[in-house]
Design a protein. Structure first.
Length: 179
C-alpha cells in the first residue's frame, strides 16, 4: 500500500469515527432531554405531595380536640424537606405574607432578586447572564421554566407572556433580597 493511500484510509476512518461519536452524543442529548422532562414532572409531583401533607398537618393542628384515625401521625410526621441540603430536588413554596426570598432554593432566589431589582418586566434571556449562566437556548428555557414556576407559586407576575415582574407584595425589593 502506498503512503498516500494509507493516509486517505486513515482520514476516512477518522471521519467515520467522528460521525459515529457525533451520533452517540446526539442520542445522549435526546435521552438527557427526555430524562430532564421526566425529572421536572416528578419534582413537581413530589412538591405537590409535600405541600398537601404539610397543609393536612396544619389543618389537623388547628382542629380543637378532634382525633382522626391516621391523621395525628401525619401532623407529627418528619418533614420530607428539612434544613439539610437535598441534592436533585428543589421545592418552591407558595408565597405567603411575610415570606422573603431566603426560603427559596438558591437559583430561584437569585431569579427573584434579579426581577425585583429590574426597573420593569424582564425576559428569561435577560435574567440568564445576571444569574451567572451562559446565554444558551437550554439555559434560557430552563430559566423560563423556573420563572413560570415562580409565577404559579405567587413570587412573580407575568402580565404579558414572557415578561416577568416582581409583584411588590406590599414590600419593596429590599425585603426580597437576601444579600
Amino acid at each position: 500500500m502506498e503512503e498516500g493511500a494509507w493516509m486517505v484510509s486513515l482520514v476516512e476512518e477518522l471521519e467515520a469515527r467522528e460521525v459515529a461519536a457525533r451520533a452517540r452524543v446526539e442520542e445522549l442529548r435526546e435521552r438527557i432531554a427526555e430524562l430532564t422532562v421526566r425529572l421536572e414532572a416528578e419534582r413537581e409531583a413530589w412538591s405537590r405531595l409535600v405541600i398537601a401533607r404539610e397543609t393536612v398537618a396544619e389543618v389537623v393542628a388547628d382542629l380543637p380536640d378532634v382525633e382522626l384515625p391516621g391523621v395525628a401521625s401525619v401532623a407529627r410526621a418528619e418533614p420530607l424537606i428539612s434544613d439539610a441540603r437535598v441534592i436533585g430536588a428543589m421545592t418552591v413554596p407558595h408565597w405567603r405574607q411575610g415570606m422573603t426570598a431566603e426560603v427559596l432554593p438558591g437559583v430561584y432566589r437569585d431569579i427573584v432578586e434579579v426581577v425585583a431589582d429590574a426597573p420593569g418586566p424582564v425576559q428569561a434571556k435577560q435574567i440568564v447572564p445576571r444569574i451567572g449562566l451562559p446565554v444558551q437556548t437550554g439555559k434560557i428555557e430552563g430559566t423560563r421554566g423556573k420563572l413560570k414556576r415562580l409565577v404559579q407559586r405567587g413570587w412573580l407576575t407575568e402580565q404579558v407572556p414572557g415578561q416577568f415582574a416582581f409583584p411588590h407584595h406590599g414590600a419593596g425589593p429590599g425585603s426580597v433580597n437576601s444579600r
